[in-house]
Design a protein around this ligand. Structure first.
Ligand code: HEM
Length: 120
């Protein structure tokens, strides 16, 4: 359990992959059920991210703080895009911002020391 929650990125990766899939399903064909499931996954992404953060961040590495912030902003923008979709408003700007922040978050995550290090 200790290893699964604090010392491996597997759980965190699983939760954000599912969240991204649910996001695009809800964006394609909005339903409150999919949106609710996605909100549950936001919580799981944040919870698994915070557990990794508390154990592994270091005061001299600002990238950890930026990674956490980028992840939170990504989730915020995904939610704002979906709420606009639900209300029948224009979503393109919010969607572009969400995808940009997602790319920044993926870059920072894969740069930081745990798990995969594609950009280190
Ligand atoms: C849509 C939201 C998010 C995405 C797409 C995302 C993506 C990623 C990726 C790609 C990694 C690297 C995994 C690996 O190398 O094995 C990662 C690791 C991590 N994430 Fe997230 N994340 C998100 C949200 C969050 C949030 C909200 C937090 C904190 C509250 C967070 C904290 C962390 C931490 C601390 C790590 C470990 C960094 C390391 O040492 O490699 N993430 N995330």
């Amino acid at each position: 359990m200790e290893t699964l929650f604090f010392n491996s990125t597997h759980l965190h990766i699983t939760t954000w992959v599912i969240a991204i899939i649910l996001f695009f399903i809800a964006l394609g064909k909005y339903s409150t059920g999919t949106h609710m499931a996605l909100r549950l996954f936001y919580i799981l992404v944040i919870a698994t991210g915070v557990l990794l953060f508390v154990r592994h961040h270091s005061m001299d590495d600002m990238l950890y703080g930026m990674k956490m912030l980028a992840g939170l902003v990504t989730i915020g923008l995904m939610e704002m895009a979906l709420v606009r979709k639900k209300k029948g408003k224009e979503t393109s700007m919010m969607l572009i911002a969400a995808v940009l922040l997602l790319i920044v978050t993926l870059y920072l995550g894969f740069r930081l020391p745990m798990g995969f290090n594609f950009f280190a």
